[in-house]
Write a protein that binds this ligand. Structure first.
Ligand code: SF4
Length: 341
């Protein structure tokens, strides 16, 4: 790789930094100077505005590694953003994640660098739906996946992420015979199976799905197994049960990354959003990964250009949550931190 033609020493240093992070293995040579120009300017403006960038693992590697300060899955980002001293949080993730950050950091400004960063799970259920569910099942605790709006969280008893849902549900079943789990029907069914519970009898589910994880094909896992002997298939807990049954491991993205780090399989098949696989390849360059991923259009609506545009003119993309909603939602999120500890 030869960048001799470049005259800007700061840009050359940034290119070297990105290469040290392994990003040259993702970008073609001609593209690295462009990416470096963006990361250089974003990091400069971020310092100037005392902002911190949270980057979810489904973002692109140049966002996670190039400009991200806090990185990880939903749980880690929610936990870590509570500790930041920055005045401003720029959330490179979807809207419900930024709302969670705002709820936990009411005095800080929180922004999402996209107007299209929704989530099919979050949009699958409203606060009115939850109130009706509660009225239909009086006395049952409402355990809610973090992929929901602030209003839905405010109607819930405890929030969970894929990293802690099993643990928290086990705690809930110590005091209750039956719980309401919303909104992901696949994750709910997968958890019910793990816990030996019966949907409809022990756990009331909602009909939400993730548009990325619901579409994987279990038959392909068997095809890949035949092609790559020793392959280990890891599937996200949002996948339908036939995918989980065909896989070797089910978990959230944090669990999946730890699994890869702690094992030495001949090859890994990652059944989740593509950004996770890209990051895994950079983190573990000596391991073999087989592609089976789908892009989340909401997550991928955020780019380095949109982050830079936000830092230049943040006003339109500020995330706000009414204080009464935030206060109730905060209780259910804090319950998660308490039970997950
Ligand atoms: S991957 Fe699925 S659950 Fe995650 S943000 Fe996209 S649509 Fe929502």
């Amino acid at each position: 790789m030869d960048f001799k033609g470049l005259m800007n020493p700061a840009l050359n240093e940034e290119i070297k930094r990105l290469i040290a992070l392994g990003l040259h293995r993702r970008c073609v040579d001609e593209d690295l100077p462009r990416v470096a120009g963006l990361t250089l300017e974003i990091n400069r403006l971020k310092r100037e505005r005392n902002a911190v960038i949270c980057a979810h693992v489904y973002q692109t590697p140049e966002i996670i590694l190039g400009v991200g300060d806090l990185t990880g899955d939903s749980y880690k980002l929610a936990a870590d953003c509570r500790k930041t001293a920055a005045d401003t949080i720029i959330f490179c993730g979807v809207h419900f994640m930024a709302e969670t950050a705002k709820i936990l950091n009411p005095s800080k400004k929180v922004y999402v660098p996209s107007g299209n960063a929704g989530c099919s799970l979050s949009e699958a259920i409203t606060a009115t739906d939850v109130r009706k569910l509660k009225a239909g099942h009086p006395g049952l605790p409402v355990v809610t996946y973090i992929n929901t709006s602030a209003e839905v969280k405010a109607e819930s008893d405890c929030i969970v992420t894929s990293a802690n849902a099993e643990k928290i549900l086990r705690r809930m079943y110590e005091a209750h015979d039956k719980v309401i789990f919303i909104p992901d029907r696949f994750m709910g069914a997968n958890l019910a199976k793990t816990l030996g519970k019966t949907p409809g009898r022990d756990i009331i589910l909602w009909n939400g799905t993730c548009i990325v994880h619901e579409k994987f094909n279990a038959g392909l896992i068997d095809i890949y197994r035949r092609r790559y002997p020793g392959l280990v298939a890891l599937a996200h807990a949002e996948c339908p049960s036939e995918i989980i049954a065909a896989a070797d491991f089910m978990g959230g993205t944090g669990d999946m990354m730890r699994y890869i780090g702690n094992t030495d399989a001949a090859a890994y098949l990652l059944v989740t959003e593509c950004g996770f696989g890209e990051l895994a390849r950079l983190k573990f360059p000596n391991k073999n990964f087989v592609a089976m991923c789908r892009l989340c259009p909401y997550m991928k609506s955020i780019t380095l250009n949109s982050v830079l545009a936000l830092l230049t003119d943040p006003a339109p993309q500020e995330v706000t949550v009414p204080e009464d909603i935030a206060a109730s939602a905060r209780v259910s999120i804090e319950k998660m931190f308490e039970l997950a500890a």
